[in-house]
Ligand binder design. Structure first.
Ligand code: G4F
Length: 300
């Protein structure tokens, strides 16, 4: 297989970790950032990459409630265009789609596994269920090597500031430095299965190395509330979260996903994948990085 990879969304958290992993393995890595649909066809035609990782998306759940149209367009049509170009111009390309635990939504079982029915609770979740269906349909109709990774929440010091984990850890650093007193959050009750993004991109790569294309849940198997995350993050710098977290209902969602907890037995067994960072290590890694980043002036 050609050691040329194309990554859409290469400037995002996952794209950056994946690019590093592939470069370490001797790949020639090409990235795409907000390209037009026409240019996707010509790029795929020109590169004929051995592997294509489709990570680009409107991935912020809150925003998807405000603009479902653009979320659907980016996440569904963007996926369809890329897959169509692979089918027509480079059918040997192995394709990875960034599916998500948000597809489970109001789930009928916990933990969630590959066979758990989807019940998305946001326009973002709906767009990803449709993207997942498109990928499976291209696999079944055109015999493409197309996989979906159903990744549970994955975080890192490179996470965007709008997601709750980074919002908390960056605020902890600013509060500790005396730059602000409080952080306003929404619902503290939802539980998520939070892992480290650096671990999760390894699973993406492993999926494309298998004999047959398939879909896999990637998760730690642990679940913790937003409150648990805040408590640990503040404790890391010797503060009590109750003194600094205020609730602002503007951050509540019209429909919430209460509990996500993944059963990644299939990925562990078939891919030989295991996460290396647990919840406490993840929180501490992010707080420590934000403390250092603030001290070095990398963010304010
Ligand atoms: O960090 P979040 O915005 O992540 P969410 O909605 O779980 O989605 C992330 O993980 C998905 C995988 O399941 C990805 F597909 C998706 O692209 C994204 O990466 O919110 C986590 C929880 C939610 O329950 C939210 O209601 O935190 C709660 N929350 C409470 N206060 C908040 C806030 N979320 C945000 N963003 N900001 C708050 O102030």
């Amino acid at each position: 297989m050609s050691k040329t990879a194309l990554i859409t969304g290469i400037t995002g958290q996952d794209g950056s970790y994946l690019a590093e992993l592939l470069l370490d393995q001797g790949y020639e890595v090409h990235g795409m950032v907000r390209r037009s649909h026409a240019s996707i066809f010509s790029l795929v035609d020109k590169l004929k990459p051995g592997e294509c990782y489709h990570l680009a998306a409107q991935s912020f759940v809150n925003y998807s409630f405000e603009d479902a149209f653009s979320t659907f367009d980016t996440n569904i049509n963007g996926t369809l265009h890329l897959l169509s170009s692979i089918k027509d111009r480079s059918p040997g390309t192995r394709f990875y789609f960034a599916a998500t635990s948000e597809m489970f939504g109001k789930s009928s079982e916990t933990p969630q596994r590959e066979s758990t029915p989807f019940h998305p609770r946001s326009p973002y979740g709906i767009s990803k269920v449709t993207g997942f269906d498109v990928v499976r349909n291209f696999r079944e109709s055109y015999n493409l090597f197309a996989c979906s990774g159903i990744l549970f929440n994955h975080e890192s010091p490179r996470r965007g500031f709008e997601f709750v984990t980074r919002k908390i850890t960056s605020s902890v650093a600013r509060i500790k430095a005396g730059l602000q007193q409080t952080v306003a959050l929404g619902n503290l009750e939802p539980r998520r299965d939070w892992g480290f993004a650096g671990d999760y991109v390894r699973a993406m790569k492993l999926m494309l190395e298998q004999q047959e294309p398939d879909d896999y849940v990637v998760a730690t198997g642990e679940t913790h509330s937003v409150r648990d995350f805040a408590e640990l993050a503040f404790a890391r710098v010797g503060l009590d979260w109750k003194d600094h977290v205020v609730i602002d209902e503007r951050f509540y969602r019209p429909a919430e996903v209460a509990v996500l907890q993944g059963d990644s037995s299939k990925a562990r067994k078939k891919l030989g994948w295991t996460p290396t960072v647990n919840f406490k290590q993840l929180v501490e890694m992010m707080v420590d990085a934000d403390m250092a980043g603030l001290a070095e002036g990398r963010f304010r």
